[in-house]
Write a protein that binds this ligand. Structure first.
Ligand SMILES: Cc1cc2nc3c(=O)[nH]c(=O)nc-3n(C[C@H](O)[C@H](O)[C@H](O)COP(=O)(O)OP(=O)(O)OC[C@H]3O[C@@H](n4cnc5c(N)ncnc54)[C@H](O)[C@@H]3O)c2cc1C
Length: 415
């Protein structure tokens, strides 16, 4: 099965993937499918204990957009003044983050946004094909649906700007329709009776949703039971040991483990394990987000809905409804009661009966592993047989399978 050009490895070659989030698990499964004996190592106690656990569950394969743009800078004063948006950029001023912040600022131009968004769309389309191929080969239960998505905008001006963005994204494929306020409410009855301003919406008929944590657990099962892989938890990787220009082993809290090929897929922690000279090295910061998961209410949404003005998402996963939002440059993982109250109030104002808002939600905070240009680091990292796949920002699930394909390609393993 292995393509010619794979770095000096026999038919029974072994691979270590460090990280059992969505990116590490997708990579491990695809490597195992090409014939590697794969071991996944993770410091945590099980799959998806990092950023992949409670995310917003969006698989947005054809309307992704880079965070850095001229518009982002222009909107900062208003976004910061409106506390309910949960945007907090003060952490970017910390000296340790200056390298990231300076590079991010250089991406906040129209030209950089178009370049980065085009590259993200290319990766996302690749991901869509790879993801669908994988779940066809290995059916999995993860509350997956393809209901489509509405992105509602509070003003005509914001809607017109979003329509221009969607036209740019459409050059790369996918469908969208611009809807009036009445059409949006008719399309998603859970919006009826809501009090948040809606001037109109962009409807994405092909958007998909699911439970990323359940998907990761499913991937771990497939790796173990069908693809002959192993998962070893409670194993922190401290360092990659190399000799003669090749990585030979990882030094871990459980001792040294050798392999023929190594992949670092540790999300925002990737930088600490990469050798200094790694070509694809970029700074990564954690952008904190929060999700609240409630039992579904009497009028739970069918479509996933993003409120662009309030910067939050509401979606249904089986008999639960998840509300996600906030973007702050802090590493705090506890969720404060005021944050729960704020996010709940916004969701309730958008869709009054979508969830059992009176019940205590499952509250979660995670850190999006964000690079300055929103593009993940994928490729060879200093040694012939050491690779990195990390820094997927707010789209790690969407990008996971495309990134795995890119990694196979970089390793000369593409089929
Ligand atoms: C609120 C929120 C909403 C989001 N919504 C979406 C969405 O709707 N759609 C989407 O596509 N993306 C979304 N994302 C982004 C997505 O969740 C992330 O991009 C993705 O989870 C990153 O996956 P990962 O595997 O790179 O990292 P992680 O899931 O963080 O996994 C990294 C793993 O590496 C392990 N690790 C770290 N260091 C070591 C070490 N030294 N040794 C051993 N193990 C180590 C950690 O224990 C962890 O298990 C969202 C993120 C957040 C926070």
């Amino acid at each position: 099965m292995r393509a010619a050009g794979t770095p000096a490895m026999g038919p029974d070659a072994s691979a270590i993937v460090v990280g059992s989030g969505i990116v590490g698990l997708a990579t491990a499964c695809r490597l195992a499918e090409t014939g590697f004996r794969v071991t996944v190592l993770d410091a945590g106690g099980g799959p998806a204990e990092g950023s992949s656990r409670g995310n917003a569950g969006q698989l947005l394969f054809d309307r992704v957009s880079a965070m850095g743009s001229a518009g982002f800078l222009r909107s900062l004063p208003a976004s910061m003044a409106d506390r309910s948006q949960g945007l907090d950029i003060w952490g970017l001023g910390l000296p340790g983050r200056w390298p990231w912040s300076i590079r991010f600022l250089s991406q906040c131009t129209g030209a950089a946004w178009r370049r980065n968004t085009a590259a993200m769309l290319e990766l996302a389309h690749l991901s869509k094909a790879s993801f669908h191929g994988f779940i066809e080969r290995h059916p999995l239960a993860f509350d997956w649906r393809c209901p489509g998505k509405l992105i509602v905008h509070p003003t005509e001006e914001a809607l017109a700007a979003a329509a221009r963005t969607a036209e740019f994204q459409a050059r790369f494929g996918g469908r969208h329709v611009v809807l009036s306020s009445e059409e949006a409410r008719a399309r998603e009855p859970a919006l009826q009776g809501g009090t948040r301003p809606i001037a109109g919406a962009i409807h994405l008929p092909d958007a998909e949703v699911g439970d990323c944590r359940a998907f990761c657990e499913g991937l771990a099962g497939i790796l173990r039971e069908r693809l002959g892989g192993r998962l070893q938890f409670g194993t922190r990787v401290e360092r990659v040991r190399h000799a003669g220009g090749r990585a030979v082993a990882v030094e871990t809290s459980q001792g040294e483990i050798g392999a023929d090929l190594f992949v670092i897929a540790t999300g925002r922690a990737a930088g600490t394990l990469l050798p200094r000279g790694a070509v694809v090295r970029k700074p990564i910061v954690g952008v904190r987000g929060v999700s609240l998961t409630y039992p579904a209410g009497d009028v739970a949404p069918d479509l996933s809905v993003t409120d662009a003005g309030g910067k939050f998402v509401v979606m249904r996963m089986g008999d639960r409804v998840r509300v996600s939002g906030f973007a702050s440059f802090t590493e705090r993982l506890e969720v404060a009661p005021e944050e729960i109250a704020l996010l709940r109030a916004k969701a309730q104002a958008l869709m009054p009966e979508a969830a059992r808002y009176d019940e205590a939600p499952e509250a979660w905070a995670g850190l999006r592993p964000q690079t300055p240009d929103d593009l993940p680091m994928i490729g060879r990292a200093g040694f012939e047989n050491l690779f990195v796949n990390a820094g997927h920002g707010s789209l790690g699930w969407t990008f996971a399978f495309g990134s795995a394909e890119r990694l196979l390609d970089a390793a000369g393993l593409a089929q």
